[in-house]
Design a protein around this ligand. Structure first.
Ligand code: FAD
Length: 434
């Protein structure tokens, strides 16, 4: 009799379920979630997202003319539909809910909220008209709600992009790609309309300046194989034609220029010119040498400047240990402190691609494994919903997002493109809850 009662009681006192909350639904958040599901048979995971739509930079960063990169969404969809996972959109952590409130309801919190604040050049003239943040421009053509009203004049002949990373190259390509090709992508219609007003010419020629490559020839044998092959490719394509020759031919031109540091942007109200210091490479080993500005300068006339020198993360909650200088969460291999982890660009800074973000997220998932042996009960989703209900914050579920997804695809069909993104949060919510 006594033993039977104990058995009955132990059936009632269930094993506690490890409850994890992931902040951010970009690649880092989804891949970490995938790894945690693999590591634990009973973990329950909620993915919180600031916007009513998931996938972070896969939706809002990856260029519209690279649709194959977005295929990772198929994997993320499967993860979101796992019965132990819940996507919860329209929750801005730090504003709608504090980290403390999340810690009260979950055993572990994983910060995966990316890095979306622009780095500044810190030079005179940066505030002039038509000096545009590369990130905002990307957000504008990709439908980020806060970038949809970007003030930009594309009706110009010459644009300068400062920076030569992937984002800079995406911007150059979008400016140089024909409107007919862009029309078939998921680029926003308003961006397409504006881009068609800019100077459209038929061909695109790349101009490499042979003077930029003089030193490289000398160092070529020392370079590791992939860099060496890349350099050889560029050296074989150096063109005797100059920028001005080609301008006369009325072609679209792409001119990568090296060894330059922006010094000043000048103009009356809007940009007219960028002044660059010409740099010299100082050091014995080319790969670790520094680029040091000399007293020589080069001026480039232009009516549009993009600043594309990277981004920083923000400290969304003052209790998060944060390196303000480098703009990322302080962590050691993903661990921030007990029960608090960080992964993806918020932890590593904005470097690498989806693949490297995935590797990082898998590693962070592995280091979180020890936290999944829990002995106490936490409320998880139910607790979170209670807090948000009190604050009248509507939660967008994955099913709600699928309504937005369908509406966007349907609108796209009418225009002969894969999707026409909804760019207004209020409209997203209206469709989500329709
Ligand atoms: P993100 O993708 O930025 O995801 C972070 C998520 O957190 C976002 O959804 C954001 O809305 C959410 N969030 C932010 N703050 C909060 C908050 N307070 N509360 C709740 N949620 C929040 N890689 C490739 O492999 N191929 C490419 O072609 C490619 N193109 C790129 C183009 C651009 C312009 C950029 C910037 C990057 C590109 N990348 C590309 C890199 C790739 O996008 C990144 O490696 C990856 O997105 C980083 O993932 P993440 O999850 O750390 O950040």
């Amino acid at each position: 009799m006594f033993f039977r009662s104990i058995r009955k009681l132990s059936n009632l006192v269930k094993e506690p379920i490890p409850r994890v909350c992931i902040i951010g639904s970009g690649p880092a958040g989804f891949y970490a979630c995938q790894q945690l599901l693999k590591l634990s048979e009973n973990v329950h995971i909620d993915i919180l997202e600031r916007l009513p739509v998931p996938y972070g930079l896969v939706r809002f960063g990856v260029a519209p003319d690279h649709p194959e990169v977005k295929n990772v969404i198929n994997t993320f969809e499967k993860i979101a539909k796992n019965s132990r996972v819940r996507f919860m959109g329209n929750i801005n952590v730090g504003q709608d809910i504090s980290l403390e409130e999340l810690k009260d309801n979950y055993h572990v919190v994983l910060l995966a909220y990316g890095s979306d604040q622009d780095k500044l050049l810190g030079i005179v003239g940066e505030q002039l008209g038509n000096v545009i943040s590369g990130r905002n421009f990307v957000g504008w053509y990709n439908g980020v709600p806060s970038d949809k009203d970007l003030k930009i004049n594309l009706n110009v002949e010459e644009a300068v992009i400062i920076g030569q990373g992937n984002v800079a190259l995406d911007i150059a390509r979008i400016l140089l790609t024909s409107i007919d090709d862009l029309k078939k992508t998921d680029i926003t219609s308003y961006a397409l309309e504006e881009l068609s007003q800019s100077e459209v010419k038929k061909n695109c020629t790349t101009i490499w300046r042979s003077t930029d490559f003089e030193k490289i020839k000398e160092y070529l044998p020392q370079l590791p194989r992939p860099k060496k092959r890349l350099m050889e490719l560029m050296l074989n394509n150096l063109s005797p034609a100059t920028f001005d020759d080609n301008k006369i031919n009325n072609k679209k031109l792409f001119a990568p220029i090296f060894y330059r540091s922006p010094k000043e942007i000048t103009g009356r109200d809007s940009v007219e010119k960028v002044v660059f210091s010409i740099n010299d490479v100082v050091g014995l080993d080319f790969l670790t040498a520094d680029a040091i500005p000399t007293c020589d300068e080069e001026e480039i006339s232009c009516s549009l400047v993009f600043r594309s020198i990277g981004s920083k993360s923000v400290q969304i909650d003052e209790s998060i240990p944060f390196d303000l200088c480098r703009g990322r969460v302080i962590n050691s291999h993903g661990k921030v402190q007990n029960n608090l982890y960080a992964t993806g660009w918020v932890a590593t800074g904005p470097t690498g691609v989806i693949l490297s973000t995935m590797t990082n997220a898998f590693q962070t998932g592995n280091s979180m494994k020890q936290e999944l042996n829990v002995s106490d009960h936490k409320a998880g989703t139910k607790g979170l919903i209670k807090v948000l209900e009190k604050k009248n914050i509507p939660i967008v579920t994955f099913e709600n997002w699928e309504k937005i997804d369908k509406a966007e695809r349907d609108r796209g069909k009418l225009l002969g493109k894969p999707r026409e993104k909804i760019v207004d949060v209020a409209e997203m919510l209206k469709v989500a809850f329709s």
